[in-house]
Write a protein that binds this ligand. Structure first.
Ligand SMILES: CC1=C(/C=C/C(C)=C/C=C/C(C)=C/C=O)C(C)(C)CCC1
Length: 288
């Protein structure tokens, strides 16, 4: 875990430096590329993981797949029918997911404090990203929900998440492996989010700080050890789901997005729909 954190700090600043030399459109393409490769792949073994969690034989592959697709469709439908509620739910669920991935090694007797740490940490990261890139974020949120939120709303959400996070952090201080490092990481995120564009900043956090550690945890869970062979096996077994997702997203963008400015709204709603079942699956891994 420590090694990956050092790797991430170095890669994060490398990405920031790279952004200075890239044109805006190349930066957007690269961000989409990393989100759609490493980012999307970290959810592509979910069905295999469910089967492992439920002991392989007790649940059929097709039943699992159909249930999984239904949760994705339900998420997408929510964005279509009740976009405001869907977005609030998505931010809370994502916050929990980011926090759980980051702090799942914390041991504490009161589960609700741990869960509050997860949600508040993840939401603090998300609102830090949105607040430091307020103009772009407000525009995308208004495309998704039809509602124009203010920068003050983002600031209040950020401060509230940070206050809950700091309270949980103080209570759990002794159970967190390297608390000073955690605070340093948040400072790094602030610098990165403030410097990079919204999509580049999101890609840096989502790919390096969330998806990579998650892939390593999943490889360990599925194949017991992390080495070249097991990582290759992981990539191979995620191929079909990954290809279907990418093709699905491209079709969606081609048929649904008549206006260029709806691109990010569709992109993030798609990400949200496939996030819901993934969060359930990952929670199961951490319980085992
Ligand atoms: C950046 C950004 C958003 C939030 C994205 C989030 C929260 C993504 C989470 C993805 C996850 C958790 C994927 C699965 O692991 C909004 C509010 C949609 C719109 C403005 C830009």
């Amino acid at each position: 875990m420590r090694n990956i954190q050092n790797f991430n700090i170095v890669s994060t600043f490398l990405c920031l430096w790279l952004a200075v030399y890239l044109t805006t459109s190349l930066e957007q393409y690269l961000a989409c590329f990393f989100i759609l490769t490493v980012g999307l792949m970290h959810g592509s073994n979910d069905i295999k993981i469910i089967k492992r969690v439920y002991n392989n034989s007790s649940i059929s592959y097709y039943k699992t797949l159909i249930l999984y697709i239904m949760v994705v469709l339900f998420g997408a439908l929510m964005f279509f029918l009740i976009p405001k509620i869907a977005l609030i739910l998505f931010i809370l669920v994502s916050g929990f997911h980011f926090g759980e991935q980051h702090f799942h090694e914390v041991r504490f007797q009161y589960k609700w404090i741990k869960k509050s740490l997860y949600v508040s940490y993840g939401c603090a990261i998300i609102f830090l990203l949105l607040y430091t890139n307020a103009q772009e974020s407000i525009e995308i949120i208004s495309q998704i929900t039809g509602e124009s939120i203010t920068i003050n709303f983002l600031m209040v959400s950020l401060i509230s998440s940070l206050m809950v996070f700091v309270s949980c952090f103080v209570i759990l201080y002794k159970s967190i492996t390297n608390p000073i490092r955690e605070l340093f990481n948040i400072l790094v995120f602030f610098i990165v989010f403030k410097t990079a564009s919204l999509l580049w900043a999101f890609a840096i956090y989502f790919v390096l700080w969330h998806s990579l550690p998650s892939v390593l945890d999943q490889v360990k869970y599925l194949f017991k050890e992390v080495n070249k062979r097991s990582v290759l096996e992981y990539v191979k077994s995620s191929a079909i789901y990954w290809i279907v997702s990418v093709v699905g997203l491209f079709l969606l963008l081609n048929f649904l997005v008549k206006q260029e400015d709806l691109f990010y709204a569709v992109f993030f709603s798609f990400l949200a729909a496939i996030t819901f079942p993934h969060v359930i699956v990952m929670t199961k891994i951490f319980k085992h």
